[in-house]
Design a protein around this ligand. Structure first.
Ligand code: PPS
Length: 310
């Protein structure tokens, strides 16, 4: 394991960019990056988890709408009852909380819902478990990640965070959980597996009702039926309680500690905020990465219609 020297990527000062620790998969010759205050033991504890038949995994690259999808899944499975407290108490984050926390969740009545940002091939696999993946256009995910790092500066050791420095790290894949582009390629390749549901943040923004129904149908007949019963009462509840407005009003649930910049975790929740932040060159550089990686694995056209959407 080693600390990543950020100034290999840019000649800016280390205080201007987040720092990560490189951790190794315990059984493979592969590595990923974690925030610098984590240790190998956390990753070891995560990958030792043996997925059970009833498990529901909510998987994503960071800042792609994970929390939104977790909330939707929770509401469907729990018949519209809101998450009672901090989200990580009910839905552990496998890579940070480990198998130890997941195993504490009693799954006799309700299935375990497990959040995970690890690369697709690292996620504990069970052919009967369900895996939902949500992805989002990388430009917006990067902007969201920038504000995330700004909000948790001490966690990432970057008191003077500069956007341009983060931009370099992100496009090189030298950030938490590695390359966005590899991550999406991994999940896109699995999108037709019967126990995988591949979702786009932008589709949830455009048509939340049908996307909630799609999630319910994927989770099982009983959930789909429950959503549609009584003229779609539960469906309406799920849509309402997972709306941007409702989630903003429950801000304390989504993170373990408040952000130091006083920005909410549910920040803007928009498509296209990147237009307020990226230079033309930066946007073109990301488009180039989308083309290089996405053409090879088939997903480069996922956001072709984005310019038509507001
Ligand atoms: S994390 O920290 O990786 O788990 O973050 P993640 O939950 O994946 O992504 C956070 C972004 O999702 C936005 N969000 C929403 N958008 C629309 N509607 C709802 N209900 C919603 N809930 C969360 C959140 O605002 C973050 O995006 P930005 O662009 O920063 O606002």
């Amino acid at each position: 394991m080693s600390h990543v020297k950020q100034n290999q990527v840019s000649d800016l000062d280390n205080s201007e960019m987040p720092s990560f620790i490189r951790l190794k998969h315990p059984n493979r010759d592969e590595t990923t990056l974690y925030p610098m205050d984590f240790e190998q033991k956390e990753l070891d504890d995560a990958v030792r988890y043996e997925a059970e038949d009833s498990d529901i995994f909510v998987c994503s690259y960071p800042k792609c709408g994970t929390t939104w999808l977790q909330n939707i899944v929770w509401l469907i499975v729990h018949n519209g009852e809101p998450i009672p407290d901090k989200i990580r108490y009910s839905m552990p984050m496998l890579e940070f909380d480990g198998a130890t926390a997941v195993l504490k969740i009693d799954n006799k009545v309700y299935p375990r819902i497990i959040k995970c940002h690890l690369p697709q091939s690292w996620i504990p696999y069970n052919k009967n478990a369900k895996y939902l993946n949500i992805t989002r256009n990388p430009k917006d995910s990067l902007i969201s990640y920038f504000y995330h790092c700004k909000g948790f500066k001490e966690h990432y050791g970057c008191p003077d965070l500069k956007f341009d420095a983060l931009f370099d790290l992100y496009t090189y894949g030298e950030v938490e959980f590695g390359s966005y582009f590899d991550h999406v390629s991994g999940w896109y390749a699995k999108r037709d597996d019967p126990n995988v549901l591949f979702l786009l943040y932008e589709d949830l923004k455009r048509d939340i009702k049908n996307q909630v129904l799609k999630v319910g149908k994927f989770l099982g007949d009983q959930y789909e039926k429950a959503l549609l019963a009584n003229n779609g009462k539960l469906l309406d509840t799920v849509v309402e309680l997972s709306s941007l407005k409702s989630m903003k009003s429950q801000e304390h649930k989504w993170t373990m500690s408040a952000r130091t910049d006083q920005q909410p975790f549910i920040r803007k929740g928009q498509i296209g905020d990147w237009k307020n932040h990226l230079s033309e060159e930066q946007a073109a550089a990301i488009d180039k990465r989308i083309k290089e990686m996405g053409d090879a694995t088939g997903w480069s056209g996922l956001w072709d219609d984005l310019n038509k959407v507001n």
